[in-house]
Ligand binder design. Structure first.
Ligand code: NAD
Length: 297
């Protein structure tokens, strides 16, 4: 079998076009434009690139955005005070603190400082908790984008064995929750693997749907998957490549050539999950502006 490509670039553009239309209608009704506040701490080049992609997407869909750059010497207290000021600002709909943040700051303290009604990344425990019990919530953008991809390509999850490799708070764990919910979203039998999993292949070989979010190029090879598997490669690693203009190329966690020989569907890197993440952020920011998830009482 040779896999068909799940085209994240094309699908993300569809999502963005639909958000653009919705934003236009929202503004035509007399509302102000949705506004996303991005906070970037330190000088991480990959973070800068991600923030650049997110703010460019905002411009494209008609969402206002502002990026506050803070030095990596900022204290946790100072950072939470900055977040608090945006929580109280009625002109700010969504707040995003680009991760990772410097080691002296606890990520969860920062995430918890964000008003959950403005948590467009969907990382706040209130949103994660509500998602876990099937209540309306902001869903983390990467897992939400993956669900959108599966839906678009009519890839059923109900009753399937979904295996998620990687258990981070931002991708693997929420992905597992969404896929496993029996009465709402995924309805799949779900296995979550992580660095302590013994014999990874024992799990991956049994997957009908395999989602890999680790950050280790080549972790999954063709020998580790079964014929017909659907593979979603979330990993993004920069590998030095002097033949490219930027001096690096982006690589996923799967050995694309050997895995795509057996898979029925596969996402490429780049052009797969990455653009969907950005598109879902646009969707969440509009939901925040409309107060759709948390209507005012
Ligand atoms: P992380 O870096 O916080 O954690 C990595 C996870 O992988 C952990 O749960 C760890 O236990 C697990 N792991 C490590 N080695 C393993 C092994 N040998 N076998 C099985 N599991 C193992 O995770 P993250 O922040 O979700 O990032 C993972 C990758 O996804 C990175 O490459 C990141 O750049 C990428 N990412 C991409 C997007 C996107 O939009 N495409 C979004 C977020 C993250």
């Amino acid at each position: 079998m040779s896999a068909s490509i799940i085209d994240g670039k094309m699908l993300s553009q569809k999502v963005r076009d639909s958000v653009t239309e919705d934003v236009k209608r929202w503004v035509e009704k007399g509302n102000r434009k949705p506004k996303l506040q991005v906070i970037l701490v330190g000088e991480n080049p990959a973070s800068r690139a991600y923030v650049g992609a997110k703010t460019k997407a905002c411009i494209d869909v008609g969402i206002d955005s502002d990026t506050l750059m803070l030095p990596d010497t900022i204290s946790e207290q100072e950072l939470t005070e900055v977040i608090q000021s945006f929580n109280e600002d009625d002109n700010t709909d969504g707040i995003l603190v680009q991760l990772p943040i410097p080691n002296h700051i606890t990520p969860l303290s920062v995430i918890e400082a964000i008003d959950h009604r403005k948590d467009v990344d969907g990382f706040h425990p209130m949103n994660v908790g509500r998602m876990s019990v099937g209540q309306p919530s902001f869903r983390p953008c990467t897992p939400a984008g993956i669900i959108e991809m599966l839906r678009h390509y009519s890839i059923q999850t109900k009753g399937k064995h979904a295996v998620v490799v990687g258990a981070s708070n931002i991708v693997g764990t929420p992905m597992g929750i969404i896929l496993s919910r029996e009465n709402t979203t995924g309805k799949a039998t779900t296995t979550i693997c992580h660095k302590f999993t013994k014999d990874l292949t024992k799990h991956t070989i049994d997957a009908d749907i395999l989602i890999v979010a680790v950050g280790q190029p080549g972790l999954i090879s063709g020998q580790m998957v079964k014929e017909g598997v659907v593979v979603i490669d979330v990993g993004i690693t920069r590998i030095a490549d002097h033949t490219t203009e930027k001096g690096y190329k982006l690589t996923g966690d799967c050995d694309f050539d050997s895995v795509s020989e057996k898979a029925s569907w596969i996402t490429p890197v780049p052009g797969g999950v990455g653009p969907m993440t950005v598109a879902m952020l646009m969707k969440n920011t509009l939901l925040a502006a409309k107060k759709s998830i948390y209507p005012p009482k």
